[in-house]
Ligand binder design. Structure first.
Ligand code: PBG
Length: 337
Protein backbone atom coordinates (compact mmCIF):
# COMPACT_ATOMS: atom_id res chain seq x y z
CA UNK A 1 0.00 0.00 0.00
CA UNK A 2 1.25 3.49 -0.85
CA UNK A 3 1.52 6.30 1.65
CA UNK A 4 -1.14 8.13 -0.32
CA UNK A 5 -3.63 5.33 0.14
CA UNK A 6 -2.76 5.03 3.80
CA UNK A 7 -3.46 8.75 4.29
CA UNK A 8 -6.85 8.77 2.57
CA UNK A 9 -9.44 10.40 4.92
CA UNK A 10 -11.29 7.87 7.04
CA UNK A 11 -15.04 7.63 6.56
CA UNK A 12 -15.42 8.14 10.31
CA UNK A 13 -14.12 11.71 10.01
CA UNK A 14 -16.85 14.26 9.39
CA UNK A 15 -15.57 16.71 6.82
CA UNK A 16 -18.88 18.34 6.06
CA UNK A 17 -17.79 21.30 8.18
CA UNK A 18 -14.92 23.11 6.53
CA UNK A 19 -13.98 26.52 8.04
CA UNK A 20 -11.54 27.01 5.16
CA UNK A 21 -14.53 27.70 2.86
CA UNK A 22 -14.77 31.22 4.30
CA UNK A 23 -11.06 31.92 3.92
CA UNK A 24 -10.81 31.14 0.22
CA UNK A 25 -10.46 34.69 -1.16
CA UNK A 26 -9.53 38.13 0.11
CA UNK A 27 -13.08 39.30 -0.52
CA UNK A 28 -14.55 36.45 1.51
CA UNK A 29 -12.14 37.06 4.35
CA UNK A 30 -13.05 40.75 4.42
CA UNK A 31 -16.74 39.79 4.20
CA UNK A 32 -16.62 37.72 7.40
CA UNK A 33 -14.09 39.84 9.34
CA UNK A 34 -15.26 40.27 12.93
CA UNK A 35 -13.18 43.19 14.19
CA UNK A 36 -11.69 46.38 12.83
CA UNK A 37 -9.41 49.08 14.20
CA UNK A 38 -11.09 52.49 13.99
CA UNK A 39 -8.82 55.50 13.49
CA UNK A 40 -11.31 57.50 15.55
CA UNK A 41 -10.51 55.46 18.64
CA UNK A 42 -6.70 55.66 18.46
CA UNK A 43 -4.75 57.98 20.76
CA UNK A 44 -1.22 59.18 19.93
CA UNK A 45 0.94 59.97 22.99
CA UNK A 46 3.11 63.11 22.64
CA UNK A 47 6.13 64.17 24.70
CA UNK A 48 6.42 67.93 25.06
CA UNK A 49 9.49 69.70 26.39
CA UNK A 50 10.23 72.99 28.07
CA UNK A 51 12.71 75.07 26.04
CA UNK A 52 15.75 73.97 28.09
CA UNK A 53 15.20 70.25 27.49
CA UNK A 54 16.53 68.31 24.51
CA UNK A 55 14.00 67.68 21.75
CA UNK A 56 14.37 65.23 18.89
CA UNK A 57 14.03 61.50 18.41
CA UNK A 58 14.02 59.23 21.48
CA UNK A 59 16.78 56.68 21.01
CA UNK A 60 14.89 53.74 22.57
CA UNK A 61 11.72 54.65 20.62
CA UNK A 62 12.72 55.13 16.96
CA UNK A 63 10.17 57.30 15.16
CA UNK A 64 8.94 58.96 18.37
CA UNK A 65 10.05 62.52 19.13
CA UNK A 66 10.11 65.03 21.94
CA UNK A 67 8.44 68.21 20.71
CA UNK A 68 8.48 71.85 21.70
CA UNK A 69 4.99 73.32 22.15
CA UNK A 70 5.10 74.66 18.57
CA UNK A 71 6.37 71.33 17.30
CA UNK A 72 3.49 69.57 19.06
CA UNK A 73 0.98 71.86 17.38
CA UNK A 74 2.49 71.04 13.97
CA UNK A 75 2.40 67.33 14.78
CA UNK A 76 -1.27 67.58 15.80
CA UNK A 77 -2.09 69.19 12.46
CA UNK A 78 -0.51 66.22 10.69
CA UNK A 79 -2.30 63.72 12.94
CA UNK A 80 -5.62 65.44 12.38
CA UNK A 81 -5.14 65.36 8.60
CA UNK A 82 -4.51 61.61 8.88
CA UNK A 83 -7.70 61.05 10.89
CA UNK A 84 -6.16 60.73 14.35
CA UNK A 85 -8.44 62.77 16.61
CA UNK A 86 -6.89 62.29 20.05
CA UNK A 87 -3.52 62.90 21.68
CA UNK A 88 -2.22 62.16 25.18
CA UNK A 89 0.23 64.75 26.50
CA UNK A 90 3.28 64.19 28.71
CA UNK A 91 5.44 67.11 29.84
CA UNK A 92 9.21 67.29 30.35
CA UNK A 93 9.82 70.37 32.52
CA UNK A 94 12.98 72.42 32.97
CA UNK A 95 12.53 72.49 36.73
CA UNK A 96 12.04 69.56 39.11
CA UNK A 97 11.77 69.50 42.90
CA UNK A 98 10.53 67.21 45.67
CA UNK A 99 6.97 68.60 45.38
CA UNK A 100 6.49 68.56 41.61
CA UNK A 101 5.92 72.32 41.69
CA UNK A 102 6.10 72.80 37.94
CA UNK A 103 3.34 70.21 37.38
CA UNK A 104 0.69 72.75 38.38
CA UNK A 105 2.36 75.94 37.15
CA UNK A 106 -0.25 77.88 35.16
CA UNK A 107 2.32 78.39 32.40
CA UNK A 108 3.80 74.89 32.72
CA UNK A 109 4.74 72.95 29.62
CA UNK A 110 1.57 70.83 29.46
CA UNK A 111 -0.68 73.79 30.28
CA UNK A 112 0.87 75.77 27.41
CA UNK A 113 0.63 72.81 25.06
CA UNK A 114 -3.04 72.24 25.87
CA UNK A 115 -3.90 75.87 25.16
CA UNK A 116 -1.83 75.99 21.96
CA UNK A 117 -3.24 72.77 20.51
CA UNK A 118 -6.86 73.61 21.38
CA UNK A 119 -6.47 77.06 19.79
CA UNK A 120 -4.89 75.74 16.60
CA UNK A 121 -6.93 72.53 16.14
CA UNK A 122 -10.11 72.84 18.21
CA UNK A 123 -11.50 69.47 17.10
CA UNK A 124 -8.46 67.56 18.46
CA UNK A 125 -9.31 65.68 21.67
CA UNK A 126 -6.54 66.71 24.06
CA UNK A 127 -6.00 64.28 26.93
CA UNK A 128 -3.46 65.18 29.63
CA UNK A 129 -1.68 62.46 31.57
CA UNK A 130 -1.84 63.47 35.23
CA UNK A 131 1.15 62.30 37.27
CA UNK A 132 4.05 63.76 39.21
CA UNK A 133 6.94 61.52 38.21
CA UNK A 134 8.11 63.77 35.37
CA UNK A 135 8.13 66.75 37.76
CA UNK A 136 9.75 65.36 40.92
CA UNK A 137 13.53 65.38 41.35
CA UNK A 138 13.31 61.91 42.94
CA UNK A 139 11.23 60.53 40.05
CA UNK A 140 8.42 59.05 42.17
CA UNK A 141 4.77 59.71 41.39
CA UNK A 142 4.01 61.75 44.50
CA UNK A 143 5.21 63.42 47.68
CA UNK A 144 7.46 61.21 49.80
CA UNK A 145 6.89 60.45 53.47
CA UNK A 146 9.78 60.14 55.94
CA UNK A 147 10.29 56.47 55.02
CA UNK A 148 10.75 57.38 51.38
CA UNK A 149 7.41 55.90 50.31
CA UNK A 150 4.82 57.93 48.42
CA UNK A 151 2.34 59.60 50.79
CA UNK A 152 -1.04 58.78 49.28
CA UNK A 153 -3.21 61.48 50.81
CA UNK A 154 -0.73 64.33 50.46
CA UNK A 155 -0.30 63.38 46.80
CA UNK A 156 -4.06 63.62 46.15
CA UNK A 157 -3.99 67.34 46.87
CA UNK A 158 -1.11 67.84 44.46
CA UNK A 159 -2.81 65.85 41.71
CA UNK A 160 -6.04 67.76 42.12
CA UNK A 161 -4.16 71.05 41.86
CA UNK A 162 -2.47 69.96 38.63
CA UNK A 163 -5.72 68.54 37.24
CA UNK A 164 -7.43 71.83 37.90
CA UNK A 165 -4.67 73.74 36.12
CA UNK A 166 -5.15 71.46 33.07
CA UNK A 167 -8.87 72.16 33.18
CA UNK A 168 -8.20 75.90 33.27
CA UNK A 169 -5.86 75.55 30.29
CA UNK A 170 -8.72 73.98 28.31
CA UNK A 171 -8.00 70.26 28.40
CA UNK A 172 -10.68 67.88 27.09
CA UNK A 173 -9.97 64.82 29.26
CA UNK A 174 -7.75 64.23 32.32
CA UNK A 175 -5.98 60.88 32.71
CA UNK A 176 -4.56 60.24 36.20
CA UNK A 177 -1.77 57.64 36.00
CA UNK A 178 -0.31 57.81 39.52
CA UNK A 179 -2.21 54.88 41.12
CA UNK A 180 -2.96 56.68 44.41
CA UNK A 181 -6.05 55.41 46.22
CA UNK A 182 -9.07 57.68 45.95
CA UNK A 183 -7.64 59.98 43.33
CA UNK A 184 -10.55 59.70 40.89
CA UNK A 185 -13.07 60.77 43.56
CA UNK A 186 -10.77 63.52 44.81
CA UNK A 187 -10.17 64.88 41.32
CA UNK A 188 -13.86 64.65 40.39
CA UNK A 189 -14.84 66.60 43.48
CA UNK A 190 -12.18 69.24 42.82
CA UNK A 191 -13.20 69.69 39.18
CA UNK A 192 -16.90 69.83 40.00
CA UNK A 193 -16.41 72.36 42.79
CA UNK A 194 -14.73 74.65 40.25
CA UNK A 195 -17.42 74.25 37.62
CA UNK A 196 -15.56 71.77 35.40
CA UNK A 197 -18.37 69.24 35.62
CA UNK A 198 -18.10 68.23 31.98
CA UNK A 199 -14.42 67.28 31.86
CA UNK A 200 -14.23 63.46 31.83
CA UNK A 201 -11.71 61.45 33.84
CA UNK A 202 -9.91 58.68 31.98
CA UNK A 203 -8.47 56.64 34.82
CA UNK A 204 -5.43 54.41 34.59
CA UNK A 205 -7.46 52.07 36.79
CA UNK A 206 -5.47 48.91 36.16
CA UNK A 207 -1.81 49.85 35.94
CA UNK A 208 0.95 47.39 36.73
CA UNK A 209 4.50 47.92 38.00
CA UNK A 210 5.99 46.91 34.67
CA UNK A 211 9.31 46.46 32.96
CA UNK A 212 7.61 47.54 29.76
CA UNK A 213 7.81 51.24 30.77
CA UNK A 214 11.60 51.36 30.33
CA UNK A 215 11.81 53.44 27.13
CA UNK A 216 9.12 55.85 28.40
CA UNK A 217 11.25 56.69 31.38
CA UNK A 218 14.11 57.62 29.03
CA UNK A 219 11.70 59.70 26.98
CA UNK A 220 10.09 61.47 29.93
CA UNK A 221 13.17 61.49 32.13
CA UNK A 222 11.11 60.00 34.97
CA UNK A 223 13.09 57.02 36.28
CA UNK A 224 12.86 56.81 40.09
CA UNK A 225 16.19 57.83 41.64
CA UNK A 226 15.82 55.04 44.23
CA UNK A 227 13.49 52.09 44.76
CA UNK A 228 10.65 51.30 42.37
CA UNK A 229 6.92 51.87 41.98
CA UNK A 230 5.73 48.60 43.51
CA UNK A 231 4.05 50.19 46.55
CA UNK A 232 1.58 51.99 44.29
CA UNK A 233 1.47 50.27 40.89
CA UNK A 234 -0.05 46.79 40.81
CA UNK A 235 1.71 43.44 41.12
CA UNK A 236 1.71 41.77 37.66
CA UNK A 237 0.39 38.34 38.75
CA UNK A 238 -2.90 39.75 40.12
CA UNK A 239 -6.13 39.56 38.14
CA UNK A 240 -8.80 39.68 40.84
CA UNK A 241 -7.19 42.81 42.22
CA UNK A 242 -7.42 44.38 38.77
CA UNK A 243 -11.18 43.97 38.87
CA UNK A 244 -11.25 45.53 42.32
CA UNK A 245 -9.30 48.56 41.07
CA UNK A 246 -11.64 48.86 38.08
CA UNK A 247 -14.76 48.64 40.28
CA UNK A 248 -13.42 51.25 42.70
CA UNK A 249 -12.68 53.71 39.92
CA UNK A 250 -16.13 53.19 38.38
CA UNK A 251 -17.61 53.83 41.78
CA UNK A 252 -15.52 57.00 42.16
CA UNK A 253 -16.89 58.31 38.88
CA UNK A 254 -14.32 57.42 36.23
CA UNK A 255 -15.61 58.05 32.69
CA UNK A 256 -13.10 55.69 31.06
CA UNK A 257 -10.91 52.91 32.42
CA UNK A 258 -7.41 52.17 31.14
CA UNK A 259 -5.62 48.80 31.33
CA UNK A 260 -1.84 49.17 31.11
CA UNK A 261 0.40 47.67 29.77
CA UNK A 262 -1.65 45.98 27.07
CA UNK A 263 0.05 42.96 25.49
CA UNK A 264 0.87 40.90 28.57
CA UNK A 265 -2.53 41.85 30.06
CA UNK A 266 -4.99 41.03 27.27
CA UNK A 267 -6.93 38.81 29.67
CA UNK A 268 -7.57 41.86 31.83
CA UNK A 269 -8.66 44.02 28.90
CA UNK A 270 -11.33 41.38 28.32
CA UNK A 271 -12.20 40.99 32.01
CA UNK A 272 -12.47 44.74 32.60
CA UNK A 273 -14.51 45.23 29.40
CA UNK A 274 -16.98 42.66 30.71
CA UNK A 275 -17.65 44.48 33.97
CA UNK A 276 -17.29 48.07 32.77
CA UNK A 277 -20.24 50.26 31.84
CA UNK A 278 -17.86 52.97 30.56
CA UNK A 279 -15.45 52.77 27.59
CA UNK A 280 -12.29 50.75 28.18
CA UNK A 281 -8.91 51.83 26.83
CA UNK A 282 -5.68 49.89 26.70
CA UNK A 283 -2.21 51.41 26.65
CA UNK A 284 0.21 49.77 24.21
CA UNK A 285 3.24 51.04 26.13
CA UNK A 286 6.75 52.16 25.23
CA UNK A 287 8.44 48.78 25.75
CA UNK A 288 5.84 47.10 23.52
CA UNK A 289 6.61 49.70 20.86
CA UNK A 290 10.38 49.37 21.24
CA UNK A 291 10.33 45.58 20.91
CA UNK A 292 8.47 45.73 17.60
CA UNK A 293 10.80 48.43 16.27
CA UNK A 294 13.93 46.57 17.34
CA UNK A 295 12.85 43.28 15.80
CA UNK A 296 11.71 44.99 12.60
CA UNK A 297 15.03 46.84 12.27
CA UNK A 298 16.80 43.52 12.47
CA UNK A 299 14.59 42.20 9.71
CA UNK A 300 13.14 39.58 12.04
CA UNK A 301 9.49 40.57 11.71
CA UNK A 302 7.33 42.47 9.22
CA UNK A 303 6.62 45.66 11.17
CA UNK A 304 3.38 46.66 9.43
CA UNK A 305 1.84 43.21 9.77
CA UNK A 306 2.79 42.97 13.42
CA UNK A 307 1.34 46.42 14.18
CA UNK A 308 -1.94 45.61 12.43
CA UNK A 309 -2.19 42.26 14.19
CA UNK A 310 -1.43 43.81 17.57
CA UNK A 311 -3.96 46.63 17.30
CA UNK A 312 -6.80 44.44 16.08
CA UNK A 313 -5.92 42.04 18.89
CA UNK A 314 -6.70 44.79 21.39
CA UNK A 315 -10.06 45.39 19.74
CA UNK A 316 -10.79 41.64 19.79
CA UNK A 317 -9.88 41.58 23.50
CA UNK A 318 -12.50 44.26 24.15
CA UNK A 319 -10.68 47.61 24.03
CA UNK A 320 -12.84 50.50 22.82
CA UNK A 321 -9.89 52.90 22.72
CA UNK A 322 -6.23 52.18 22.01
CA UNK A 323 -3.43 54.43 23.23
CA UNK A 324 -0.44 53.57 21.04
CA UNK A 325 2.79 55.10 19.72
CA UNK A 326 1.84 53.39 16.44
CA UNK A 327 -1.28 55.54 15.95
CA UNK A 328 0.31 57.83 13.38
CA UNK A 329 2.02 55.10 11.42
CA UNK A 330 -1.18 53.05 11.44
CA UNK A 331 -3.12 56.01 10.11
CA UNK A 332 -0.50 56.69 7.42
CA UNK A 333 -1.16 53.23 6.05
CA UNK A 334 -4.90 53.05 6.60
CA UNK A 335 -6.21 56.62 6.28
CA UNK A 336 -9.08 56.92 3.83
CA UNK A 337 -8.08 59.27 1.07
C1 PBG B 1 3.45 58.23 34.48
C2 PBG B 1 3.34 57.31 33.32
C3 PBG B 1 4.19 56.28 32.91
C4 PBG B 1 3.69 55.80 31.72
C5 PBG B 1 2.53 56.52 31.44
N1 PBG B 1 2.33 57.43 32.45
C6 PBG B 1 5.46 55.79 33.49
C7 PBG B 1 5.44 55.00 34.74
O1 PBG B 1 4.42 54.78 35.37
O2 PBG B 1 6.54 54.65 35.15
C8 PBG B 1 4.29 54.70 30.86
C9 PBG B 1 3.94 54.78 29.42
C10 PBG B 1 4.77 53.94 28.54
O3 PBG B 1 5.63 53.13 28.94
O4 PBG B 1 4.57 54.07 27.32
N2 PBG B 1 3.39 57.65 35.73
Amino acid sequence: MSVRELLRPRTAIDLSKRPRRLRATAALRAFVRENDVRLESLVQPLFITDPGQPSGEISSMPGIFRYSVDGAVAECRELSALGINAVLLFGIPDFKDAYASSAHAPNGVVQRAIAAIKTAIPQMIVIADLCNCEYTDHGHCGILDDRGDVDNDATLELLAKTGLSYAMAGVDIIAPSDMMDGRVAYLRETLDASGFTSIPIMSYAVKFASGFYGPFRDAADSTPQFGDRRTYQMDPPNAREALREAALDLDEGADFLIVKPALAYMDLIRAVAEISDVPVACYNVSGEYAMVKAAARNGWIDEDRVIDETLVGFVRAGADIIITYFAKSYAQRHAKR
